[in-house]
Design a protein around this ligand. Structure first.
Ligand SMILES: C[S@@+](CC[C@H](N)C(=O)[O-])C[C@H]1O[C@@H](n2cnc3c(N)ncnc32)[C@H](O)[C@@H]1O
Length: 243
Protein backbone atom coordinates (compact mmCIF):
# COMPACT_ATOMS: atom_id res chain seq x y z
CA UNK A 1 0.00 0.00 0.00
CA UNK A 2 1.46 3.47 -0.84
CA UNK A 3 2.31 5.68 2.14
CA UNK A 4 3.01 9.37 2.59
CA UNK A 5 5.10 10.81 5.45
CA UNK A 6 3.02 13.57 7.06
CA UNK A 7 6.00 14.81 9.02
CA UNK A 8 7.69 16.02 5.85
CA UNK A 9 4.72 18.32 5.16
CA UNK A 10 5.15 22.06 5.78
CA UNK A 11 1.61 22.21 7.25
CA UNK A 12 2.60 19.73 9.96
CA UNK A 13 5.84 21.62 10.65
CA UNK A 14 3.91 24.92 10.97
CA UNK A 15 1.49 23.33 13.46
CA UNK A 16 4.04 21.70 15.74
CA UNK A 17 7.16 23.82 15.25
CA UNK A 18 10.55 22.09 15.12
CA UNK A 19 9.36 19.38 17.52
CA UNK A 20 7.00 17.34 15.35
CA UNK A 21 4.83 16.32 18.33
CA UNK A 22 2.49 17.68 21.01
CA UNK A 23 3.94 19.52 24.01
CA UNK A 24 7.29 20.78 22.72
CA UNK A 25 10.03 20.02 25.26
CA UNK A 26 7.83 19.75 28.38
CA UNK A 27 7.92 15.96 28.47
CA UNK A 28 11.56 15.78 27.33
CA UNK A 29 12.53 17.91 30.33
CA UNK A 30 10.40 15.84 32.70
CA UNK A 31 11.95 12.60 31.43
CA UNK A 32 15.46 14.03 31.69
CA UNK A 33 14.91 14.83 35.38
CA UNK A 34 13.18 11.53 36.14
CA UNK A 35 16.00 9.48 34.57
CA UNK A 36 18.81 11.75 35.84
CA UNK A 37 20.43 12.08 32.40
CA UNK A 38 23.72 14.02 32.29
CA UNK A 39 26.56 14.95 29.88
CA UNK A 40 27.95 11.42 30.09
CA UNK A 41 24.71 9.61 29.19
CA UNK A 42 24.71 7.98 25.75
CA UNK A 43 21.29 8.79 24.29
CA UNK A 44 19.57 7.66 21.10
CA UNK A 45 16.67 9.74 19.74
CA UNK A 46 14.67 7.19 17.75
CA UNK A 47 12.73 8.97 14.99
CA UNK A 48 14.52 12.28 15.60
CA UNK A 49 12.75 14.13 12.74
CA UNK A 50 14.36 17.55 12.26
CA UNK A 51 16.63 17.02 15.28
CA UNK A 52 14.81 19.38 17.68
CA UNK A 53 15.46 17.23 20.77
CA UNK A 54 19.06 16.55 19.73
CA UNK A 55 19.63 20.34 19.61
CA UNK A 56 17.69 20.99 22.83
CA UNK A 57 19.57 18.43 24.93
CA UNK A 58 22.97 19.57 23.65
CA UNK A 59 22.33 23.31 24.01
CA UNK A 60 20.58 23.16 27.40
CA UNK A 61 22.16 20.15 29.11
CA UNK A 62 25.40 19.40 27.24
CA UNK A 63 24.11 15.92 26.31
CA UNK A 64 25.32 14.45 23.01
CA UNK A 65 22.43 12.60 21.40
CA UNK A 66 22.56 10.36 18.32
CA UNK A 67 19.52 10.96 16.08
CA UNK A 68 18.04 8.26 13.84
CA UNK A 69 15.27 8.67 11.27
CA UNK A 70 14.30 7.03 7.95
CA UNK A 71 13.43 10.36 6.29
CA UNK A 72 16.38 11.78 4.38
CA UNK A 73 14.39 15.01 3.90
CA UNK A 74 14.01 15.53 7.68
CA UNK A 75 17.57 14.35 8.43
CA UNK A 76 19.01 16.85 5.94
CA UNK A 77 17.27 19.67 7.84
CA UNK A 78 18.52 18.18 11.14
CA UNK A 79 22.12 18.06 9.87
CA UNK A 80 22.10 21.67 8.65
CA UNK A 81 20.68 22.90 11.97
CA UNK A 82 22.97 20.73 14.12
CA UNK A 83 26.33 20.30 12.41
CA UNK A 84 27.89 19.12 15.72
CA UNK A 85 25.60 16.09 16.09
CA UNK A 86 25.52 12.54 14.72
CA UNK A 87 22.52 11.60 12.60
CA UNK A 88 21.98 8.15 11.16
CA UNK A 89 19.52 7.05 8.49
CA UNK A 90 17.63 4.00 9.68
CA UNK A 91 14.48 2.43 10.97
CA UNK A 92 13.42 1.30 14.44
CA UNK A 93 12.99 -2.30 13.33
CA UNK A 94 16.67 -2.69 12.43
CA UNK A 95 18.87 -0.43 14.53
CA UNK A 96 22.39 -0.06 13.11
CA UNK A 97 24.07 -0.15 16.54
CA UNK A 98 25.89 -2.75 18.65
CA UNK A 99 24.26 -4.32 21.70
CA UNK A 100 24.25 -2.05 24.76
CA UNK A 101 25.33 1.07 22.84
CA UNK A 102 23.07 3.45 24.79
CA UNK A 103 21.97 4.26 28.33
CA UNK A 104 18.78 5.93 27.18
CA UNK A 105 16.50 5.65 24.14
CA UNK A 106 13.94 8.39 23.49
CA UNK A 107 10.92 7.64 21.32
CA UNK A 108 9.06 10.94 21.22
CA UNK A 109 5.88 10.31 19.26
CA UNK A 110 7.55 7.76 17.00
CA UNK A 111 6.72 4.26 18.30
CA UNK A 112 3.24 4.60 16.82
CA UNK A 113 4.88 4.77 13.37
CA UNK A 114 6.84 1.53 13.48
CA UNK A 115 6.26 -1.16 10.85
CA UNK A 116 6.48 -3.86 13.49
CA UNK A 117 6.21 -2.61 17.07
CA UNK A 118 7.31 -5.89 18.64
CA UNK A 119 10.50 -6.08 16.54
CA UNK A 120 11.30 -2.43 17.33
CA UNK A 121 10.83 -2.91 21.07
CA UNK A 122 13.23 -5.88 20.97
CA UNK A 123 15.73 -3.78 19.04
CA UNK A 124 15.53 -1.00 21.64
CA UNK A 125 16.02 -3.55 24.42
CA UNK A 126 19.08 -4.92 22.58
CA UNK A 127 20.84 -1.55 22.13
CA UNK A 128 20.22 -0.49 25.75
CA UNK A 129 22.62 -1.11 28.62
CA UNK A 130 21.25 -2.98 31.63
CA UNK A 131 19.30 -0.45 33.75
CA UNK A 132 19.08 1.76 30.65
CA UNK A 133 16.08 4.07 30.28
CA UNK A 134 13.42 3.87 27.60
CA UNK A 135 11.29 7.02 27.33
CA UNK A 136 8.09 6.96 25.28
CA UNK A 137 5.72 9.86 24.57
CA UNK A 138 2.98 8.91 22.18
CA UNK A 139 -0.68 8.75 21.26
CA UNK A 140 -2.99 6.09 22.66
CA UNK A 141 -6.59 5.07 22.19
CA UNK A 142 -8.89 5.55 25.18
CA UNK A 143 -11.23 3.21 23.32
CA UNK A 144 -8.81 0.54 22.01
CA UNK A 145 -11.69 -1.69 20.87
CA UNK A 146 -11.89 0.51 17.73
CA UNK A 147 -8.17 0.36 16.88
CA UNK A 148 -8.41 -2.47 14.34
CA UNK A 149 -10.25 -0.08 11.95
CA UNK A 150 -7.10 2.05 11.68
CA UNK A 151 -5.36 -0.78 9.74
CA UNK A 152 -7.39 0.19 6.65
CA UNK A 153 -5.42 3.42 6.23
CA UNK A 154 -2.01 3.80 4.63
CA UNK A 155 -0.77 7.22 5.78
CA UNK A 156 2.33 7.56 7.95
CA UNK A 157 0.65 9.30 10.88
CA UNK A 158 1.08 8.50 14.56
CA UNK A 159 -2.72 8.58 14.82
CA UNK A 160 -2.86 5.50 12.62
CA UNK A 161 -0.67 3.63 15.12
CA UNK A 162 -2.30 4.80 18.36
CA UNK A 163 -1.35 2.42 21.18
CA UNK A 164 -3.47 0.19 23.33
CA UNK A 165 -1.76 1.06 26.63
CA UNK A 166 -2.60 -2.18 28.40
CA UNK A 167 -1.08 -4.32 25.65
CA UNK A 168 1.95 -2.01 25.22
CA UNK A 169 2.70 -2.37 28.94
CA UNK A 170 2.31 -6.13 28.73
CA UNK A 171 4.64 -6.43 25.70
CA UNK A 172 7.27 -4.22 27.36
CA UNK A 173 7.23 -6.38 30.49
CA UNK A 174 7.43 -9.60 28.45
CA UNK A 175 10.49 -8.28 26.60
CA UNK A 176 12.24 -7.42 29.86
CA UNK A 177 11.40 -3.79 30.66
CA UNK A 178 10.11 -2.59 34.01
CA UNK A 179 7.59 0.23 33.72
CA UNK A 180 8.65 2.96 36.17
CA UNK A 181 6.22 5.75 35.21
CA UNK A 182 3.02 5.98 33.20
CA UNK A 183 1.30 9.35 32.99
CA UNK A 184 -1.64 10.68 31.01
CA UNK A 185 -0.66 13.86 29.14
CA UNK A 186 -3.74 14.18 26.90
CA UNK A 187 -3.99 17.93 27.58
CA UNK A 188 -0.91 18.41 25.35
CA UNK A 189 -2.63 16.66 22.44
CA UNK A 190 -5.78 18.74 23.00
CA UNK A 191 -3.71 21.96 22.89
CA UNK A 192 -2.11 20.93 19.57
CA UNK A 193 -5.50 20.05 18.08
CA UNK A 194 -6.99 23.41 19.16
CA UNK A 195 -4.02 25.19 17.54
CA UNK A 196 -4.53 23.22 14.30
CA UNK A 197 -8.29 23.95 14.25
CA UNK A 198 -7.63 27.69 14.76
CA UNK A 199 -5.16 27.72 11.85
CA UNK A 200 -6.99 25.42 9.41
CA UNK A 201 -10.69 25.58 10.38
CA UNK A 202 -11.03 21.88 11.26
CA UNK A 203 -8.95 18.75 11.72
CA UNK A 204 -10.47 17.45 8.46
CA UNK A 205 -9.14 20.47 6.53
CA UNK A 206 -5.72 19.91 8.11
CA UNK A 207 -5.60 16.22 7.15
CA UNK A 208 -6.70 17.22 3.65
CA UNK A 209 -3.68 19.54 3.33
CA UNK A 210 -1.08 17.20 4.81
CA UNK A 211 -2.14 13.87 3.29
CA UNK A 212 -1.04 13.22 -0.28
CA UNK A 213 -1.74 10.82 -3.12
CA UNK A 214 -4.20 7.93 -2.90
CA UNK A 215 -4.44 8.24 0.89
CA UNK A 216 -6.21 11.61 0.42
CA UNK A 217 -9.36 9.82 -0.75
CA UNK A 218 -9.70 8.19 2.66
CA UNK A 219 -8.95 11.19 4.84
CA UNK A 220 -12.61 11.82 5.91
CA UNK A 221 -13.07 8.29 7.17
CA UNK A 222 -9.57 8.48 8.70
CA UNK A 223 -10.77 11.39 10.85
CA UNK A 224 -13.98 9.56 11.82
CA UNK A 225 -11.98 6.51 12.89
CA UNK A 226 -9.60 8.65 14.95
CA UNK A 227 -12.56 10.17 16.81
CA UNK A 228 -14.01 6.73 17.49
CA UNK A 229 -10.77 5.62 19.18
CA UNK A 230 -10.77 8.73 21.46
CA UNK A 231 -7.09 9.67 21.19
CA UNK A 232 -5.05 10.60 24.24
CA UNK A 233 -1.34 11.23 24.86
CA UNK A 234 0.92 9.57 27.43
CA UNK A 235 4.44 9.40 28.78
CA UNK A 236 5.84 6.04 29.80
CA UNK A 237 9.31 5.52 31.25
CA UNK A 238 10.68 1.99 31.48
CA UNK A 239 13.97 0.50 32.62
CA UNK A 240 15.79 -2.43 31.08
CA UNK A 241 15.80 -5.19 33.69
CA UNK A 242 17.81 -8.39 34.17
CA UNK A 243 16.41 -10.34 31.17
C1 LIG B 1 5.82 12.66 15.08
S1 LIG B 1 7.37 12.73 14.29
C2 LIG B 1 8.38 13.02 15.74
C3 LIG B 1 9.77 13.50 15.40
C4 LIG B 1 10.66 13.82 16.60
N1 LIG B 1 10.76 12.71 17.53
C5 LIG B 1 10.12 15.03 17.29
O1 LIG B 1 9.48 14.84 18.33
O2 LIG B 1 10.30 16.13 16.78
C6 LIG B 1 7.71 11.03 13.92
C7 LIG B 1 9.07 10.75 13.34
O3 LIG B 1 9.25 9.32 13.25
C8 LIG B 1 9.93 9.04 12.03
N2 LIG B 1 9.70 7.63 11.66
C9 LIG B 1 8.73 7.11 10.85
N3 LIG B 1 8.89 5.79 10.71
C10 LIG B 1 9.98 5.44 11.44
C11 LIG B 1 10.69 4.22 11.67
N4 LIG B 1 10.28 3.06 11.11
N5 LIG B 1 11.80 4.23 12.44
C12 LIG B 1 12.21 5.40 13.02
N6 LIG B 1 11.59 6.59 12.83
C13 LIG B 1 10.49 6.62 12.06
C14 LIG B 1 9.34 10.07 11.06
O4 LIG B 1 10.14 10.22 9.89
C15 LIG B 1 9.26 11.31 11.93
O5 LIG B 1 10.46 12.03 11.89
Amino acid sequence: MPTCNLYESSCMQEATGDTLRPGGFKLTEKALNFCGLNEQTRVLDLGCGMGATVAYLFQNHGINVVGLDPSSKLLNIAKVKNPFATFVTGSGDSLPFDNKSFECVLAECTLSLMHDLHVTLNEIHRVLEKDGWFVIHDVYAKKPEFLSNMNHFSMTSCMRGMHDLASLKEVLETIGFEVMLLEDCSQLLKELMVKIIFSHGSMGAFWGKTIEGEALQTCCSFEDNIKQCKPGYFMLIAKKGEK
